[in-house]
Design a protein around this ligand. Sequence first.
Ligand SMILES: [Zn+2]
Length: 217
Amino acid sequence: MEVIGQFNRGFIVARRVERAPGHGNVVKTDDLFIVDQHAADEKYNFETLQQTTKIEAQKLFRPEHLELTTADELLAMENIEVLRCNGFDVTVDEDALPGTGQRLKLMARPVSKGTVFDMKDLEELIDLMRDRPAGQIVRCSKARAMFAMRACRKSVMIGMPLTKSQMTTVVRHMGAIEQPWNCPHGRPTMRHLSDISSTSRRQHRSMPVDWAAFAPV
Ligand SMILES: [Zn+2]
């Protein structure tokens, strides 16, 4: 994508560029996109927080035994690092018998200014781990809401004039996330405007965008 300019201090207008087959030169197309600068930046910041934030943990005065099913216990043990990242510091009690569902002890709980976490959040995390490969980061809904709020605050606002390089950064970041289409609140981050050159627009409307192929110009 190549940034053309800012519209109404809220949107970035960009055009798709392609690599020509064979010689690899950059070819500018007449395919135009409009990017919501706040929604796009917010989505990137949200995904970054989701992936990198280690929620602070507060040590329990007395560690608690977790009462889990054997399957959940195994799941939790495979994902101990993910739980720690979420502020639930869990250790394996070597004295407890396997298969009793009491092998895990909670040593610390997550704390965060403005958000109170409890055991329901631990249950939600274990639930989310069920359909995912071990070690993949999951977040409970309270944490996601917390990250969405933080991401909103640190993102470029509507009404803010942006330089070309700032706009380029926003657009390029979209190529770095898996699902760039909606902000954490569900608002679309970008829309296909039109393909000026095309007489058969319908064909192009559902065309996937290769954000990763964004060419710095
Ligand atoms: Zn926002």
